[in-house]
Write a protein that binds this ligand. Structure first.
Ligand code: NAD
Length: 409
């Protein structure tokens, strides 16, 4: 049976109590456009492989569609529909002028040579370029993609449409990217963890943190949280994890990038990837994939605070169990919004054709995220709901108002 994410429940709850027509609710719940393209690739050995590319454009009432491109073999249209919807609520919650989208290619990048991956990435844009552009739909990195893939995307797009750095975010700085984008999502996760600790009366500097997923987001969150004084006691990637009750050495963990945890020797005890979820800790950060916390493992979670760095990491059933246990959850649409926020700065920088300094990026990021946090905390106090439900109420209402005021299109 497919796992139902806590996102669906919060979305349905908000729509149920919202005073608007059934048609408006249907528009808020379903994507505006979906595209699937066939991507044939001649491999280095001469054989032909066929891949599928996807783009789901959920809603553009508040600005151009915005959302990452994921290269992963476990993706399909339903997956991208949920992730695109999450982007709509995320950009509305932090109040930046974007809508929501998501897409990618169903492939395992590790099975492809660099040359094959470049051809496949450029082919994706050749087949979908009519959707994209700085004022239409702006892709960004997600799982399996990074600055290298964004450069290929931008290059393929510019071949068809001319110089357009604002058509893609998450690019290298040398091609119009912005300082601080790589670590932005992890930085946001760390900041929300700090603010949630303050709100929940938890002293972060004496707390133990476990991080499930140690890629871009998890590793940067770990580094910044340890700089804030927290102790990272456990961390895992897809191959396995490490535990050290005295604290893992984050610099050591972040070295040898690309080498899997299971093949490394780190000071501590070797554990499985899923062991991290039930390890003895105060704060748990799921930073890997969807549906990580389920009814089968939620009861064994020991953390008091969960900060959702990944998108859709908690199922509805898991959330009910966790709430029953008194665990506080900072939802994904807020917790990992630092990335899209700095993407917004990158897009603004590109339209000015003038680079922002790192200090300005850091200052504006913290200020914008803090406003979103303060607004959420205040609304939650008034509504007496969970952080997730309050966040959905705020975000969906903003999109509904934009749709009504702008008129349907
Ligand atoms: P990444 O590809 O850099 O890293 C993913 C990490 O998760 C890797 O360490 C991988 O080994 C691990 N992983 C994968 N499958 C796993 C499994 N089954 N069990 C345990 N670990 C597993 O990806 P990322 O960019 O760090 O993204 C992580 C999550 O954060 C995703 O849900 C993504 O949608 C979300 N996110 C990313 C950004 C961003 O800016 N990169 C922004 C917002 C949200």
């Amino acid at each position: 049976m497919p796992q139902i994410s806590a996102h669906c429940k919060a979305l349905n709850n908000t729509l149920e109590k919202m005073d608007c027509s059934g048609e408006m609710k249907a528009l808020l719940k379903t994507p505006q456009r979906e595209l699937i393209v066939e991507l044939p690739l001649k491999k280095d050995d001469g054989s032909i492989a066929i891949f599928k590319g996807y783009r789901v454009q959920d809603n553009n009432s508040r600005g151009p569609y915005k959302g990452g491109l994921r290269f992963n073999e476990n993706v399909d249209l339903d997956h991208f529909r949920d992730l695109a919807s999450v982007m709509t609520w995320k950009t509305a919650l932090v109040d930046i002028p974007f809508g929501g989208a998501k897409g990618g290619i169903s492939c395992n990048p590790k099975d492809l040579s660099e040359n094959e991956l470049e051809t496949l990435t450029k082919r994706f844009i050749e087949k979908t370029s009519m959707l994209f552009g700085p004022s239409l739909d702006i892709p960004a990195p997600d799982m399996g993609t990074g600055p290298r893939e964004m450069t290929w995307l931008m290059s393929a797009f510019e071949k068809l449409h001319g110089y357009s750095p604002g058509a893609v975010t998450g690019k290298p700085v040398e091609f119009g990217g912005i300082e601080g984008r790589v670590e932005a999502t992890g930085k946001g996760v760390a900041l929300f963890t700090k603010w949630a600790c303050e709100e929940e009366d938890i002293d972060l500097s004496s707390r133990r943190v476990a991080i499930h997923g140690f890629g871009n987001v998890g590793s940067h969150a770990a580094m910044i949280l340890s700089e804030m004084g927290a102790t990272i006691v456990a961390a895992s990637d897809a191959s396995g994890g490490w535990y050290n009750p005295k604290g893992l050495d984050i610099t050591e963990l972040r070295s040898e990038q690309g080498k899997e945890f299971a093949d490394r020797e780190i000071e501590g005890e070797k554990i499985s990837s899923s062991d991290v979820l039930s390890i003895d800790c105060d704060i748990l950060i799921p930073a890997a994939i969807e549906n990580t916390l389920t009814k089968d493992n939620a009861n064994s979670v020991k953390a008091r605070l969960i900060v959702e760095a990944a998108n859709l990491p908690t199922t509805t059933e898991a959330e009910e169990i966790l709430e029953e246990k008194g665990v506080t959850i900072v939802p994904d649409i807020l917790a990992n919004s630092g990335g899209v926020t700095v993407s917004f700065f990158e897009w603004a920088q590109n339209s000015q054709n003038f680079p922002w300094k790192k200090e300005k990026v850091d200052r504006e990021l913290e200020s914008l995220l803090k406003s979103a946090w303060n607004n959420l905390v205040q609304s939650r106090t008034e509504a007496k709901e969970s952080y997730r439900q309050t966040a959905y109420d705020i975000a969906i209402n903003r999109v509904r108002v934009a749709m009504l005021k702008k008129g349907f299109r």
